[in-house]
Design a protein around this ligand. Structure first.
Ligand SMILES: [Zn+2]
Length: 82
């Protein structure tokens, strides 16, 4: 039986806050979820932090995922020429 202490904290400079629409919050402390939150699209949120402006939760997705979150444009789409 392992009894790991929950609540690992990572500190990140948040650029652009979706909660308060501010420019961001440098040095924000993100706490680890006890249980990860996964969306139907396969994005796994592992940490969260309260927005310093209004206290609403900011979710942090894991960056160690095999699939990229942002898709570039498909090179085959632009390959056509007259
Ligand atoms: Zn904010």
């Amino acid at each position: 039986m392992s009894s790991q202490i929950a609540g690992q904290i990572i500190i990140k400079d948040l650029i652009g806050c979706a909660r308060c629409h501010g420019e961001g919050h440098p040095g924000l402390q993100f706490r680890q979820f006890t249980h990860n939150a996964e969306t139907p699209r396969g994005i796994v949120f592992t940490h969260w932090a309260p927005c310093p402006t209004n206290g609403e939760p900011i979710l942090l997705a894991s960056v160690s995922m095999p699939t990229p979150l942002v898709q570039g444009k498909d090179p085959e789409e632009d390959a056509r020429s007259e």
